[in-house]
Ligand binder design. Sequence first.
Ligand code: ATP
Ligand code: ZN
Length: 297
Amino acid sequence: MISTRERLRIAVQKSGRLSQDSLGLLRRAGLAFRESRDKLFLYGENLPVDVLLVRDDDIPGLLVEGSCELGIVGRNVLDEQRLAAQGTPFPGELRALGFGQCRLALAVPDGGPIERIEDLAGLRIATSYPQLTANWLREQAIDAEVVVLNGSVEIAPRLGKAHAICDLVSSGATLAANQLHEIATVLRSEAVLVTSPHAPAAATSALIERFCARIGAALSGDGARLLMLQAPRSALDEIRRLLPTREQPSVLGLDGRPDDIALQALCDAQLDWQHLEELKRLGAHGLLVLNVERMLA
Ligand code: ATP
Ligand code: ZN
């Protein structure tokens, strides 16, 4: 299927754990939106890119059927549905987006007989991710039964429905509250940008590239800080060694002050108060730290 729309459509979770961060990222990539009356679309006002707001589970399917060219969805949903699609054309993961981190984990009742994954042989495992769970069990050569539950998976052991569960975990608080603990990680997940399995028309393709470059620029700015300062020239080597820089700092001379320099350095998120105090100790002054909004290589 070839997309002939002149606008790009990106599917995003309507309301849930990924919604805010997804829209936040699109805004940081420079997109401004106007909401449709039925709240199904956000129309791009400054780029021909519209957002379709849907349930996260529908996102891979919308790309397969050609209703959207791009989507933002959890890797857990994407990989589960890819396994179910059994080799038919399926959206690919373009890049990880750094939010919505969680893991699909095998968990068992505290103080029970299951201690290692081998103990699962012959037992029942409840999950909303039957494909990923069964696939992992096959890889581990463990013969266990997978029971599909679409909600409240964590209470299945107490209800006697299963001996163990395979569920999404982020902090682990829900597991602990249900007297469960993890014994294995099945999949590490986060929100990912996915593309349609169908070749786009040339015009759409150029737009996708432009859009992805913007997302890349917004992401590469994440956590980066621009540090500016003045310091004695004699302290320069030590300052260079101290800073968690991403690239060589720019060093400038100062008019009429041959013993001083001005320095500008792009640093990682690790740049903290301790670095600044150390810089002061080395004689730096006029320190300025700015969060970087976006970067173009
Ligand atoms: P929808 O109504 O869109 O179907 P949902 O209830 O299926 O929503 P959410 O609970 O909003 O989905 O989770 C969306 C995604 O957020 C998950 O698929 C997963 O990738 C990610 N996520 C991050 N942390 C967690 C967590 N602790 N539990 C569940 N999902 C998490
Ligand atoms: Zn869902």
